[in-house]
Ligand binder design. Structure first.
Ligand code: SAH
Length: 473
């Protein structure tokens, strides 16, 4: 079915005359959403709900107790037909439409030259949603989500606060581009938080400082240096990114993202932000890949850009985030780390394996499986790994035979439970469970990325109650 491509506008109805024909529940609902506009409202209906009568006696609207007449439309700027008689509604709409009035017959899109949207508002901030009549229920649902998750009272207050500063900023920063960058900076700064927790005066002090610095910076000839955020994207499920990560993504001019980052998360960046895949890039000839990434981060920051280096899981867990931070520090580039949910904990959790347990696993260790190297004798402290109540190996699928044999060699029982969780938290997650002696044959063909978990906690996933009973929990 086709639908009308409506264009949303925000009408200033203050002092305008609105005619509502009908006095029942439908009219009441429309009135509730129109009274705040300070329009001059006339209700025409032989009978009216108590609320309408009350509003009439309070002077908030005028109720005229009779049937609709064609001449009623004349003084109106907007006409709303809200009776339970389709013929009357159609007559009201047609009369209004012919006289070029904004005309609406409630719940009857074919007899409307404008429709009303589901709205949510706080202070000057307002979001209006429409489905062009396709599904008002879905529009309401989206409106509710926005009201709860996004357009909160704090945002309304913030909008009002920023609005009060707007004329001053316009006067102080002459160029549109400068002002745009300034406002973005204010929104991303601590000012919104300070306004919320400490109030206007505290926020004003910070605001003034920022405005002065912006003026100074606009006069300075020194090149502006950007900032690099080393950000964790979580283990894969798009809900497991942090709020802070989505905030810095929203500020980014450039995002360099890794292979294990769920690409859906790039939607948090501005459409205009440059997105650079830094996964399979082997770097320039003769240049190790990691060094090439460092150089890119530094180069973007020196262009004055805000850079997000988006990494799977947590950026400081085997992500080479530490190396990147050191390189940035050396180059004199400001940087900040934004922690993420690491797959070393989230992948086991997604398979119902708690990495610790007060009785059976008071400690857990996370090891880099790919460091296992038979020739050189290893980067992994095998004795420690074998002693660890829960030992977690990342990057270890291909080295599984080596990992299991080393653990057994260093004293871990061949019967120790072990699990491999591939693509943890994602829809195609796969879990293989066994013991150190049989996992290799069971896990043949298991796809990376996978987390390998060794220890009694694996049993909890298999039978939570049995394990707890066995250890007297
Ligand atoms: N910084 C990342 C780890 C990077 S090393 C973090 O904190 O999660 C890459 C390894 O992480 C992979 O080889 C795999 O062992 C593990 N990994 C990443 N995503 C995973 C997932 N969804 N499920 C299981 N393991 C995952």
């Amino acid at each position: 079915m086709g639908y009308v491509n409506y264009h949303p506008v925000y009408l200033d109805l203050k002092g305008r005359t609105i005619l509502i024909v009908g006095g029942g529940n439908v009219a009441l609902e429309k009135l509730e959403s129109l009274l705040y506009t300070q329009a001059i409202i006339t209700v025409i209906a032989p009978e009216a709900k108590t609320e309408i009568q009350e509003w009439h006696s309070e002077g908030r609207l005028t109720w005229i107790q009779r049937r609709f007449e064609i001449s009623d439309v004349d003084p109106a700027y907007m006409v709303i037909a809200a009776t339970d008689d389709p013929a009357v509604n159609q007559l009201v709409y047609r009369t209004g439409n012919e006289l070029l009035r904004l005309s609406n017959s409630v719940d009857d899109p074919t007899n409307c030259n404008f429709i009303m949207s589901a709205i949510t508002r706080h202070g000057p901030m307002q979001v209006a949603i429409s489905s062009a009549g396709s599904s008002p229920a879905l529009a309401q649902r989206m409106r509710n989500r926005i009201a709860v998750e996004i357009l909160t009272e704090d945002i309304g207050n913030l909008a009002e606060y920023l609005g009060d500063w707007r004329p001053e900023v316009k006067k102080t920063l002459p160029s549109y581009k400068l002002r745009q960058a300034f406002w973005e900076g204010v929104i991303d700064s601590t000012i919104p938080d300070v306004l919320r927790t400490e109030g206007r005066e505290a926020a004003d002090a910070l605001f003034e400082d920022r405005l002065h610095s912006a003026v100074d910076a606009s006069k300075s000839t020194e090149p502006k240096i950007g900032k690099v955020y080393l950000v964790g994207a979580g283990p894969g499920h798009p809900g497991l990114i942090t709020i802070r990560a989505t905030q810095v993504l929203a500020q980014a001019d450039v995002v360099l993202y890794d292979r294990l980052v769920n690409p859906i998360l790039l939607k948090y960046a501005k459409p205009a932000a440059e997105k650079v895949y830094a996964g399979k890039d082997r770097g320039s000839p003769g240049m190790p890949r990691q060094i090439a990434i460092h150089e890119k981060l530094i180069a973007f920051a020196r262009e004055g850009k805000t850079v997000v280096r988006l990494k799977g899981g947590d950026p400081f867990v085997f992500g080479r985030g530490g190396e990147e931070a050191l390189a940035l520090k050396e180059a004199g580039i400001p940087w900040e780390v934004v922690s993420g949910v690491t797959s070393s904990i989230a992948a086991p959790a997604a398979a119902n394996i708690p990495v610790s347990h007060r009785k059976i696993a008071p400690a857990f260790g996370v090891f880099a499986g790919q460091e296992a190297d038979d020739a050189t004798g290893d980067g992994i402290p095998w004795a420690a790994a074998a002693l660890m109540p829960t030992a977690i190996f990342l990057m270890g699928v291909e080295r599984l035979p080596h990992i299991t044999s080393q653990l057994i060699e260093h004293g871990r029982s061949p019967d120790t439970p072990i699990a491999a969780v591939s693509n943890g938290t994602l829809p195609h997650q796969k879990v293989v469970v066994g013991t150190l002696s049989d996992i290799c044959s069971k896990a043949v063909g298991l796809e990376p990325p996978a987390a390998i978990i060794v220890g009694e906690v694996v049993k909890i996933a298999e039978s939570l109650n049995a394990v707890l009973a066995e250890f007297g929990g």
